[in-house]
Design a protein around this ligand. Structure first.
Ligand SMILES: Nc1ncnc2c1ncn2[C@@H]1O[C@H](COP(=O)(O)OP(=O)(O)O)[C@@H](O)[C@H]1O
Ligand SMILES: Nc1ccn([C@H]2C[C@H](O)[C@@H](COP(=O)(O)OP(=O)(O)O)O2)c(=O)n1
Length: 233
């Protein structure tokens, strides 16, 4: 998987972009990584950037209400992506492998709060756009098709029922030995959906030209095939 294409290079506007947006647990990361592997394209996990700022803010003991400090933290936080060779993405925050910490619901909630600050979103815009390199980019997030790559050639909006998304997260965390309750996860998912969809800047919503795929009860491989069909009909 191509994860970090020359991060300081300018975007290559001739590279096609597949934008995959959707709420937490809809399968964006899983499907994007598999599709990127199959196409041999680069992959941008935009949520990891917001999570990385959240984690770095936690390390620095910053107050989530101190917007000025969070914006400075966004500029100061270096995020690196590495393929572990088995198709999994490792994320380095200021040089430290923070992959496991990044995936916790605490980091997700911090990311969601920080992501509502317009200056933080603005600070991360160019960093995301630089991932656009040949032969193409699969970009996963909330505003890939609406704000970051509005001219993306392909746009997908993934959904699944909140109950199924909570079940998926429950299984994912349980498999990692993290102790959580299904009820608690469902509450967190609904709270995050509401905050991401209701914020003033770049709210979670499908682009007008996005293809909607409801993945409730649909297996991963079937979703991958449907997305590949959109790119190569
Ligand atoms: N279509 C699907 N059917 C069943 N499980 C899925 C499906 N898509 C993703 N998953 C599982 O759900 C969990 C959350 O998926 P993930 O890709 O992290 O979602 P997102 O990036 O949208 O939050 C993972 O454990 C993943 O394996
Ligand atoms: N493009 C993006 C990506 C993520 N965010 C914010 C909002 C999300 O709740 C958090 C975490 O995103 P992430 O995609 O990592 O979370 P999920 O895997 O969907 O649970 O970051 C965003 O505002 N815009």
């Amino acid at each position: 998987m191509n994860t970090d294409p020359r991060p300081s290079a300018a975007p290559d506007f001739s590279a096609p972009v597949l934008a995959i947006d959707g709420p937490s647990g809809s399968g964006k990361g899983t499907i994007s990584r598999l599709v990127a592997q199959r196409l041999g394209w680069h992959y941008l996990d935009s949520g990891a950037l917001y999570r990385a700022v959240g984690v770095a803010a936690g390390w620095a003991d910053l107050d989530l209400d101190d917007h000025g400090a969070l914006v400075r933290c966004t500029f100061d936080t270096e995020v690196g992506f590495r393929d572990d060779g088995r198709g999994e993405l490792r994320v380095l925050v200021n040089g430290t492998d923070a992959t496991d910490e990044l995936r916790t619901e605490t980091a997700g909630a911090a990311a969601s709060a920080i992501a509502a600050i317009p200056e933080v979103r603005a600070a991360l815009k160019d960093r995301q756009r630089r991932f656009r390199q040949l032969p193409g980019l699969v970009a996963d997030g909330r505003d890939m098709g609406t704000v970051i790559f509005p001219d993306a050639r392909f746009k997908v909006f993934l959904t699944a029922s909140a109950e199924e998304r909570a079940q998926r997260r429950y299984k994912q965390l349980n498999d990692k030995g993290v102790s959580v309750t299904l009820d608690g996860l469902l509450r967190e998912i609904l709270a995050r959906d509401a905050r991401d969809a209701q914020r003033a800047v770049a709210p979670l919503r499908p682009a007008e030209d996005a293809v909607h795929i409801d993945t409730t009860g649909v297996g991963i491989e079937d979703v991958v095939e449907r997305v590949l069909e959109i790119v190569n009909p």
